[in-house]
Design a binder for this molecule. Structure first.
Ligand code: 5AD
Ligand code: SF4
Length: 437
């Protein structure tokens, strides 16, 4: 009987991809099989996130639980961003943890599992050209890393300290991986990086002149690739060349994540985001005029140190002007190793909570109007997932989740669907008969 691996993944799409790399390496080189039964696992991994404080607290209660439920002799390993920033403190606090593996050290997974109390958390480690084994959780879409780390120094963000400096993955490796994935059936390619449109900033193998727009063109030339998505771009690097390629390249899905963080130019300056309220609005409006159907999502932090009522009103003003289709909103969470944790004028929790509820309620009411406008539209949906109650779900090019009555024969297909029922998180529709390839 093969050894069994149980893995829990928290956090962003990059963490999801790191977990796929971990699974791939352990399957191929150490003959592990995946299990979702904790008590049967020989190796239990938790791939953590440390962007806010909550998941870090969750880590220690989670591994305590794993330790109680695990079978005798099973090992527990902690990976990801919290592993990077807490390092050996994790083993001091939870001595039953066998090893700690940082977010930038994933390729060492097959080494650390054989070393008792190994701590591999070097944030200068360069795995940008490491050839990982292949594993994907979905046969229909492929996450592909295009860079590692982040060179921005946003003052609230711990990521530069957990994932290290930014290095771009050579374009020929990205294209090769995209081609292989698409030939194996993943018609949708999801390019990943902390800051994708800063692509080309630094390569560890040699100097070259290439930017994200060039990379998008290269990936879109692969015949089997039908759709391209990416996350996360930075508003500062949304130049005209990039927005025009986004608008004119039919393979690029018309859904853009534009992390606003704050609508106040003063707060943006304190956050060191590198753009103003006006720049953000100009880019968003240009995007809406170039791509009328575009779906714009964003991240917003409320209660950043020094945020006044007027600053918050600027955030609300941007939300009302841009009419984001999706907002991920967070209360500011002071993080270790970041400058903003020491800023004066930390905003009291009750005020931050109030602002967060106001923003979320406002957006919910806007969403009803946004989704109502979708009624009767016809979209091409790429079906990816079976849902309870005899439904199949997929996404439109502009990122609406659409559910229809149907079964597995729809999976992996592009089908025209007419929207019959609006919703805040997903729409419902009916398949039109003229099915496409
Ligand atoms: N507090 C709250 N939210 C944060 N984010 C990053 N750091 C923090 C923090 N210290 C949010 C940002 C980022 C998203 C991934 O998480 O909005 O875009
Ligand atoms: Fe963090 Fe800013 Fe880098 Fe995003 S761009 S990962 S928010 S430092």
């Amino acid at each position: 009987m093969g050894k069994k691996l149980y893995i829990e993944t928290l956090g962003c799409a990059m963490n999801v991809r790191d977990s796929e790399h971990i699974i791939a390496e352990l399957k191929e080189k150490e003959q592990f099989e995946l299990t979702d039964d904790l008590s049967k696992a020989d190796l239990i991994l938790i791939n953590t996130c440390s962007v806010r404080e909550k998941p870090v607290h969750k880590l220690f209660s989670e591994i305590g639980y794993f330790n109680k439920k695990k079978k005798t002799g099973a090992k527990i390993g902690v990976c990801g961003c919290t592993a990077s920033h807490l390092g050996d403190e994790i083993i001091k606090k939870a001595p039953y943890v066998s090893f700690v593996l940082g977010a930038r050290n994933v390729s060492k997974i097959t080494e650390v599992i054989h070393k008792e109390k190994a701590v591999e958390v070097d944030i200068d480690y360069d795995e940008s050209t490491y050839a990982f084994s292949d594993f994907r959780s979905s046969p229909y879409k492929a996450f592909i890393n295009i860079s590692i780390g982040c060179d921005k120094k946003c003052t609230f963000c711990i990521v530069p300290n957990t994932r290290g400096e930014e290095i771009s993955i050579p374009p020929e490796l990205v294209v090769q991986e995209a081609r292989r994935a698409a030939q194996n059936g993943a018609k949708e390619i999801f390019l990943l990086g902390q800051n994708v449109n800063n692509y080309g900033r630094r390569f560890s193998d040699r100097d070259r002149k290439i930017d994200f727009t060039d990379l998008l063109k290269m990936v879109s030339e692969i015949g089997e690739v039908k759709r391209i998505r990416f996350t996360s771009p930075h508003p500062l690097h949304m130049d005209d060349k990039f927005l025009e390629e986004f608008a004119n390249n039919p393979k690029i899905c018309k859904s853009m994540h534009m992390p606003l963080q704050s609508g106040s130019t003063k707060v943006l300056r304190d956050m060191k985001r590198g753009y103003t309220k006006e720049w953000f609005l100009d880019r968003a409006m240009k995007l809406r005029s170039l791509v009328p159907d575009v779906h714009i999502s964003t991240d917003i932090i409320v209660g950043f140190p020094g945020e006044s009522e007027e600053d918050f009103a600027d955030t609300i003003d941007v939300v009302e002007q841009v009419k984001f289709e999706q907002i991920f909103s967070f209360k500011y969470s002071p993080r270790p190793l970041t400058p903003a944790q020491n800023y004066p004028n930390q905003v009291p929790d009750e005020i931050a909570s109030k602002r967060l509820s106001f923003l979320q309620d406002l957006h919910l009411s806007m969403l009803d109007a946004i989704s109502q406008k979708e009624m009767g539209k016809v979209y091409e949906v790429y079906f990816e997932e079976l849902k309870p109650g005899g439904y199949v779900a997929g996404r439109t090019d502009n990122n609406w989740i659409v559910k229809v009555k149907g079964s597995e024969e729809l999976l992996g297909r592009f089908v025209d669907v007419k929207i019959t029922k609006p919703g805040r998180l997903s729409l419902e529709g009916e398949v039109l008969v003229n099915e496409k390839v």
